[in-house]
Design a protein around this ligand. Structure first.
Ligand SMILES: [Zn+2]
Length: 516
């Protein structure tokens, strides 16, 4: 149940009475959720209800339950912030949120961040020290999906161990992209970093005194946008700005003339400034981007060389028509000779390791290997936090029950990187409560899986649903269906069960439960 169902002392009594009438011996009360708010008194987070006379409804509810022989386990949402976001602790600390690959944050606590873990440890300690609860249950102790967390902190800790940024994984070379190119073909001073599968140079670099010029020998399209952005961000290291050169007021020299590239920068939330003169760009703090060299008029060769020699980085990409009008710039680019136009799906093959391009010399095998490590790394974030919370709880009082509500089988738990079978092996939960809100067939196969890990179901207490969804609404489930599932798990030796959730407890079901 959610603690917010306790409106006042009267409802606290009624709820406790209702639980007692069904002869249930414990209740799990969600006390931290609702946009990062607590139902218990603490200075660490906002309170989830108004208490005009400073009453403590949670303390009163615990007392009511204990008077009736019902144990109270405080349930705590570790990941999900809860529906009613807007003024909770996560709003006060937006940096605590998880991020996806595109840098978009989600309303979910990032359990990979030390600050978040310390906050939750503090909050739970306070709860356990202040209230005579019988234990604690973690909920949403996972990531929402494998799309998280790609924040800088999580990626950096992975990079420190494996020397690879997981963000680069999907685009790292070798890789296939949709390519539209009217290429330059002969190297005359530049080094080849990657080539296409048809042998044509794909990415080249020409080094200058302190700077370099990097050439994408095709038109950056949506297909290769992530690779381009990845390389651009590497080239930005230590630089503060992106300048787009737009010299003079000639036709095609407005933002529209750069079309797709600027759209890509905008989508990636990268800021840039349009510059008219090369001389206005400071090579120590800028990166000069020339998405369409062919648009340049006049001879900027010497100016760009000065910029490069002074430590500036220049990135050039081909336009739709290619670089054929880049005559006079061959020497600057270090590549010349126009090749035949080609379009289609092409493999980009890296020729050497280079800090500017994400490379997996081991190809697909290595990509899979690193991906698995990245999944394991994120599972370990959750597992190590469960261990911290377990140790912390037991240090406060060893008799406190410590449990976690988890995805009901291995296949579903894998998707959210919740390695709870391992938690059982490590002994860092007293019991796991798989949320088996499923039909009988799935329950039977889950029981088989649970018994493989825990033959006597000593540490697995199944959670069953007593609600069902009808016409998009949650309604009380036919009690006969619930009884069928209770019989099913008891036959397999389950020591108990958890019903989700209290508001859906019917009189018929309560009567049956009290007869057990
Ligand atoms: Zn993170």
């Amino acid at each position: 149940m959610q603690a917010t169902q306790i409106k006042d002392e009267r409802t606290a009594e009624l709820i406790a009475e209702r639980i007692a009438s069904a002869k249930l011996n414990a209740v799990f009360v969600l006390v931290f959720y609702w946009g990062g708010k607590s139902f218990f008194k603490t200075d660490l987070s906002p309170l989830a209800y108004n208490s005009p006379n400073d009453s403590d409804l949670f303390a009163y509810f615990i007392e009511q339950c204990h008077n009736r022989g019902i144990r109270v386990l405080a349930r705590f949402s570790n990941g999900k912030e809860g529906e009613k976001g807007g003024e909770g602790i996560l709003t006060e600390n937006p940096q605590w949120q998880i991020e996806n690959k595109d840098g978009i944050k989600a309303r979910w606590f990032d359990l990979g961040k030390r600050e978040v873990r310390d906050f939750q440890l503090g909050l739970i300690s306070e709860l356990l020290n202040k209230y005579p609860v019988d234990g604690i249950q973690l909920d949403y102790i996972r990531f929402p999906s494998r799309d998280y967390c790609y924040c800088e902190e999580c990626r950096d800790s992975f990079k420190r161990i494996y020397q690879f940024d997981p963000l680069s994984l999907p685009y790292a070379l070798p890789n296939r992209f949709w390519i539209n190119s009217t290429p330059l073909t002969n190297l005359c001073g530049a080094k080849l970093l990657a080539r296409f599968d048809n042998g044509v140079p794909a990415i080249t670099i020409r080094e200058y005194n302190a700077g370099y010029l990097l050439l994408f020998n095709w038109q950056i399209e949506n297909s290769s946008a992530h690779l381009f952005l990845d390389i651009l961000k590497r080239a930005m290291e230590g630089k503060r700005k992106i300048y787009v050169l737009s010299p003079g007021a000639e036709v095609g020299y407005d933002e529209n003339g750069y079309g797709l590239i600027l759209q890509i920068l905008r989508k990636a939330n990268l800021k840039w400034e349009m510059m008219k003169e090369v001389s206005e760009c400071n090579p120590n703090e800028t990166l000069l981007l020339l998405p369409a060299l062919k648009r340049l008029r006049g001879n900027l060769d010497d100016e760009i060389k000065d910029f490069l020699n002074a430590g500036g980085n220049v990135i050039v990409s081909s336009s739709e028509q290619g670089l054929e009008e880049a005559r006079g710039y061959e020497e600057l680019l270090g590549i010349c000779g126009r090749g035949r136009k080609f379009r289609g799906n092409h493999l980009l093959i890296p020729l050497q390791e280079h800090p500017l391009i994400p490379v997996l010399l081991g190809g697909e095998g290595e990509r899979r290997e690193i991906w698995e490590k990245w999944v394991d790394f994120r599972k370990e974030i959750i597992t190590s936090f469960v261990k911290e919370l377990y140790d912390n709880t037991k240090a406060i009082k060893s008799s406190l029950l410590f449990s976690a509500a988890v995805f009901y089988n291995k296949a579903s738990a894998e998707k959210v990187m919740q390695d709870w079978y391992r938690w059982l092996d490590m002994g860092i939960v007293d019991f796991a409560a798989p949320m088996a809100y499923v039909d009988n067939a799935h329950l039977v196969s889950a029981l088989r899986e649970w018994k493989q890990a825990d033959p006597n179901l000593e540490k697995i207490i199944p959670g069953l649903s007593i609600y069902e969804v009808k016409n998009g609404r949650e309604v009380t489930k036919d009690y006969k269906k619930v009884i069928k599932q209770i019989e099913l798990i008891r036959k397999e030796g389950a020591r108990g069960f958890i019903l989700f959730s209290l508001p859906f407890l019917s009189d018929d079901l309560a009567k049956y439960l009290s007869s057990l």
